[in-house]
Design a protein around this ligand. Structure first.
Ligand code: ADP
Ligand code: MG
Length: 694
């Protein structure tokens, strides 16, 4: 650095650094202190150049004197610096470099360099090593060197200094009482933090790296505890918001139940009781209804809607796809309209005039139940008295979309004393979320589970078959159809190209039509116009189509009990939960159902594991558990909803036991020790509780 700029810089430079720190979320001293290393580098040893790099993949540190420092232009511009110690020479190669580096590394300079050593044609070399100019005999660090998560233009040295300074200023007092630490065998806060920033030379490096060290455990526990405390507080806040109480289980509910062609299962009755109790409250319900595919969530949702209507309010049901929404509409309208309920239908594909009509009925309150897609949350849709919002396949919606529907209740005009209330919310999902995840993924959510299928279902038998036996499979399809049963033929998922996927579906349709001339083969895919799609689905539902060739549009919710054979091509390309959803389209009637998973060999280990799981079990929760094992929680619900995003240290998968522990401790502290709760939240969240309120 040239000297003249040095004097004027400090004030501005400080501000810029502060901005950069703020970008990393580091505003207070405590933020800095809790900015823990993401890994460590071992700079405690120097090896002779001759011995460097014998362990492939592990970096070495060497020290030598610069012999030459040149800019080369072939094959591309680069800085090539040769250093030497007593044992050998080594080349440091930089493809990006500053002019100042050329000066800094002039011959005779002593440097310490750390990086992976490769032995190439020109001898040992390091590409882009980290290096430092040193004096002869400069002492080595005695501890591991922390490496912090950083941002653009923030050097490790700067972060280290800022953190060290912050450590001299903060209040180190433990937020947790000693009794608790002892009971949980947790390290004191100060000791844990100091160790992580400056690990002693005899530390268990491995435990530090994989974060199983007791110091890490303390940090993870604190973080999870803060999360649990804050979730509970959010729950209290919800309880203080107002919702219209929907207490009436009246004529509609009773007539509806009496008219059903079946009895509710015990599990359906149980979750219905839970929902009914919630709806009576005058704070908003926020409940997730989980049940495997085919477990009968729709009827429970309809009964919740009936209670809202019985109580004089509107209910809205939103589904992620047009096919699914329409199926709900037709089924529920068929149940409810004979009982005098006005049901409105609203999707993006409606003609303008129909849309306006539907909107008018919603706004006037004439429509008591509204069923549709995302169109429900568009501007211009105003509810008169929205009391209950139901979201099907909720994980397919973003947080924002769910909130948008909830907010439709707020500024409803003409609603008199209910204008300020929030509607109750029922979310449904066939993708079961394991308990620990549910506890951390969703802020403040009650969970009801339908853990029983309606009687008379025979479990689907799953077979795994090599794609080259397709002819036999087509034979089987033929036999099933002649037997009066219907068949889904699911075309492979082609993630790279929707056009290609469409092409494959069209080809498959042509191939099957030719191979099965005596059968009616239909085709449904995402590019069909809604009316066309509906025509095909109708024909299939009425039994006029024997074999339905489909892309994954049939994945969710479609309900045709007579379909009892499913063929999935290139099953190895699908994810586990997707396969489970698809397979759930069969096994809905009394007939024994079969699912044939065709695969292209050779199978990779992950795909093999998935297909085996599908063959072994039809239990959605078990499948979800294994899916989680294979994929990890981050992908489970999409990053958008991922609770991991707000956890810096804990890992929901490896630290499940800590999640449970943190939840129990949170409950006890909230009951017995509010001062500790406040102190702990202040330390860990500062003013940032907001982002837990998704
Ligand atoms: P999902 O939970 O996957 O949304 P659905 O609500 O579509 O399941 O129900 C699947 C099928 O089971 C539907 O045809 C539905 O009418 C039927 N069903 C629901 N509950 C029962 C029950 N208690 N007994 C018999 N059939 C039921
Ligand atoms: Mg459903």
């Amino acid at each position: 650095m040239p000297a003249p700029t040095k004097k004027a810089a400090p004030a501005r430079k400080k501000n810029r650094s502060e901005d950069k720190l703020a970008k990393l979320g580091l505003r207070s001293d405590m933020d800095l202190v809790l900015h823990l290393p993401m890994r460590y580098e071992d700079e405690t040893e120097i090896v002779p150049i001759r011995e460097a790099g014998f362990m492939a993949g592990t970096p070495s540190q060497v020290e030598g004197v610069v012999v030459s420092c040149d800019i080369q232009y072939r094959p591309r511009r680069q800085l090539v610096v040769t250093i030497a110690d007593d044992s050998a020479q080594l080349v440091m190669r930089f493809l990006n470099f500053y002019g100042s580096q050329v000066k800094q590394l002039e011959a005779g300079t002593r440097v310490r360099a750390r990086g992976e050593v490769r032995h190439g044609f020109f001898g040992a070399e390091m590409v882009h090593p980290t290096y430092r100019v040193v004096k002869e005999g400069e002492p080595l660090p005695t501890a591991l060197t922390p490496v912090y998560p950083s941002g653009e233009g923030l050097s490790q040295a700067f972060l280290r200094k800022a953190i060290a300074a912050a450590m001299t200023r903060i209040d180190w007092r433990d937020t947790l009482p000693p009794r608790l630490l002892e009971a949980l065998k947790l390290q004191p806060f100060e000791a844990a933090v100091r160790l992580l920033h400056n690990p002693p030379s005899d530390v268990d490096e491995h435990a530090l790296e994989d974060r199983s060290h007791s110091a890490w455990i303390r940090m993870k526990f604190d973080e999870l505890l803060a999360q649990q405390l804050s979730l509970k507080r959010a729950q209290e806040a919800r309880r203080s918001r107002e919702a219209a109480s929907l207490p009436v289980v009246g004529a509609l509910s009773e007539a509806f139940l009496a008219g059903l062609p079946f009895e509710l299962t015990a599990a359906q009755q149980r979750v219905l009781r839970e929902i009914r109790a919630d709806l009576r409250e005058s704070f908003p319900m926020q409940r997730l209804l989980q049940g495997d595919v085919g477990s009968g969530k729709t009827v429970v949702a309809a009964l919740a809607a009936a209670q809202a209507i019985d109580s004089g309010f509107q209910a809205a049901l939103m589904a992620p796809t047009e096919i699914l929404a329409e199926q709900h509409f037709r089924k529920i309208a068929q149940w409810m309209e004979p009982l005098g309920v006005q049901v409105a239908w609203l999707t993006g594909s409606l003609k303008k005039k129909e849309k306006m009509e539907a909107q008018a009925r919603i706004e006037s309150g004439a429509a008591q139940l509204v069923i549709g897609t995302h169109a429900l949350i568009q501007e211009g849709v105003q509810f008169a008295r929205l009391g209950l919002v139901i979201v099907d396949e909720q994980h397919r919606f973003g947080v924002g979309q769910r909130l948008a529907l909830r907010n439709k209740g707020k500024d409803a005009g003409g609603a008199g004393d209910t204008a300020q209330t929030v509607p109750h919310q029922l979310m449904m999902s066939a993708t079961p979320i394991p308990r620990t995840l549910a506890m951390t993924y969703y802020a403040d959510l009650e969970v009801s589970v339908i853990d029983e299928l309606p009687p008379g279902r025979t479990p689907v038998v799953t077979r795994i078959i090599d794609q080259n036996r397709r002819d036999e499979v087509i034979e089987r399809v033929h036999a099933a159809a002649l037997d009066g049963r219907q068949v889904y033929w699911v075309c492979p998922l082609i993630e790279e190209s929707e056009a290609l996927q469409l092409q494959t579906a069209t080809d498959t349709h042509a191939m099957l039509s030719a191979a099965l001339p005596d059968l009616r083969v239909g085709l449904v895919h995402g590019r069909l116009k809604p009316a066309e799609k509906q025509m095909v689905m109708d024909a299939f539902i009425r039994g006029n189509i024997h074999v339905l060739v489909a892309t994954t549009v049939i994945e969710v919710g479609v309900d045709v009990p007579n379909a009892s054979l499913m063929v999935i091509e290139h099953a190895e390309r699908f994810g586990l939960s997707q396969l489970h959803q698809l397979r759930g389209r069969v096994g809905r009637g009394a007939a024994a159902s079969v699912c044939l998973l065709l695969y292209q060999s050779p199978l990779g280990p992950v795909a093999r594991q998935r297909l085996m799981t599908m063959r072994e079990t039809t239990d959605g929760f078990e499948i979800a558990r294994r899916d989680l094992e294979i994929r990890g929680p981050g992908e489970f619900l999409g990053a958008r909803q991922s609770g991991q995003a707000m956890l810096r240290f804990a890992d929901l998968q490896t630290d499940q036991w800590l999640v449970e522990q943190a939840r129990d401790v949170a409950q006890a502290l909230l009951r017995e020790d509010p001062a500790t709760v406040d102190a702990h939240l202040a330390r860990w969240l500062g003013g940032r509780e907001d982002y837990l309120k998704a």
